[in-house]
Design a protein around this ligand. Structure first.
Ligand SMILES: Nc1ncnc2c1ncn2[C@@H]1O[C@H](COP(=O)(O)OP(=O)(O)OP(=O)(O)O)[C@@H](O)[C@H]1O
Ligand SMILES: [Mg+2]
Length: 356
């Protein structure tokens, strides 16, 4: 049995969790900086690291208190050490190192992206009773990544393909900004799409890039062109790039434009591309399971389409474990611990760390 204190500080969430056997979340505390970064339309790295410094000690203390465990109960302390923002990662890594040294507890460095995948091992009310089965394909769709990963076993990652330009979450965020829907864009676009017609605009899917690759920059440009064309038809001024409202930091959509239809059409195109390539990866590699991971896994249209079209069981973490949290790091850490991985106090941050 393992009891692991996990720490996550790769971007703009300061989180700590205590996880038993990589499955049972006994506590998970998340301090989100989203309100702070909203005014900048994205994460402001320097402010993020300063906020982590303020939040890390109380967040860890709260996670330990809520779990009701002592330092001597812990099998290991696990921290994210990449990929992510260097200044943010440094806070988690140094705090974990200090705790591990002070309490003489083994230290583990966890890849943030493997954490997103292992969120699918966490138990929750109403969730599946059994662990995911191998070989599996994981569609990792987050703010910074969009990858199709083949796993034949625990901790074995083979990258089949991924985005050649923007990540899916990044595309959601950029398109939302163009339309003046604010930050973060994914939830805003999902909300607006609910009242729109996804077939109203015929937007590109970019299916001809590599077999398991994605490209979203053309889709983003197509949305911009549609917006400019709509404004031209209305006789409103056409800005050089983007929509003036968004560029001016005004987070309000133009009430005269069919924003809901455009949002829904964008969501439809992006989801269609993700699903098409994911289904291909599943069947080409005889995968018995699909795991969806990362912030965009919260998208209900993506969930719906994958569930309807995949021939194998599909799993998504509950929404609270889709976006950044430490519980998912605790799940991955359990398997690293069992495999004998141990980090030393030389553990360093690796902002560009990859999975495969
Ligand atoms: N319901 C939703 N629909 C679509 N996208 C969503 C939804 N909810 C969140 N997102 C997107 O998920 C992203 C955030 O996910 P996550 O926190 O996993 O990314 P990140 O940690 O910033 O990036 P990475 O994990 O690659 O380092 C944002 O781009 C956000 O717009
Ligand atoms: Mg993330």
């Amino acid at each position: 049995m393992t009891t692991i204190l996990a720490i996550e500080t790769s971007c703009d969430e300061t989180s700590a969790a205590v996880v038993i056997n990589g499955r049972k979340v006994v506590s998970c505390v998340v301090a989100s900086q989203i309100q702070l970064h909203r005014q900048y339309g994205g994460v402001f790295p320097e402010m993020a690291s300063r906020e982590h410094m303020l939040a890390i000690a109380p967040v860890v203390r709260e996670a330990m208190a809520k779990a009701g465990v002592q330092w001597s109960d812990l099998s290991a302390i696990a921290t994210v050490n990449g990929p992510g923002l260097a200044g943010s990662l440094l806070v988690g890594v140094n705090f974990a190192k200090a705790l591990a040294a002070a309490h003489n507890i083994p230290l583990l460095g966890i890849n943030h992206m493997e954490g997103h995948i292992y969120a699918n091992w966490l138990q929750y009310e109403g969730g599946p009773e059994t662990d995911p089965a191998f070989p599996l394909v994981s569609l990792v769709v987050s703010g910074g990544h969009t990858d199709l990963i083949l796993m034949e076993d625990h901790l074995q990652y083979r990258r089949l393909g991924g985005t050649i330009d923007d990540a899916a979450g990044e595309a959601f965020d950029k398109v939302a900004r163009l339309m003046g829907l604010g930050y973060p864009g994914g939830p805003a676009i999902e909300r607006w799409s609910a009242g729109g017609d996804g077939t109203a605009f015929d937007l590109p899917r970019a299916l001809s890039v590599g077999a398991y690759d994605f490209s979203f920059s053309g889709l983003k440009t197509a949305v911009l062109r549609e917006l400019q064309e709509l404004q031209r038809q209305q006789g409103t001024e056409v800005p050089e790039r983007g929509v003036k409202l968004a560029d001016a930091g005004v987070q309000e959509p133009d009430p005269n434009l069919p924003i809901a239809d455009l949002a829904a059409s964008f969501q439809e195109a992006l989801v269609d591309a993700l699903v098409t390539k994911t289904l291909r990866a599943l069947s080409d590699h005889s995968a018995v399971q699909l795991l969806v991971a990362g912030g965009v896994a919260a998208n209900s249209r993506l969930r719906q389409e994958l569930l309807a079209r995949a021939q194998v069981p599909v799993r998504f973490p509950p929404i609270r474990y889709c976006t950044d949290n430490a519980a998912m790091m605790g799940a991955a850490a359990h398997y690293r611990y069992l495999a004998g991985h141990r980090a030393t106090l030389a553990l360093d941050v690796l902002p560009g760390l990859t999975l495969a």
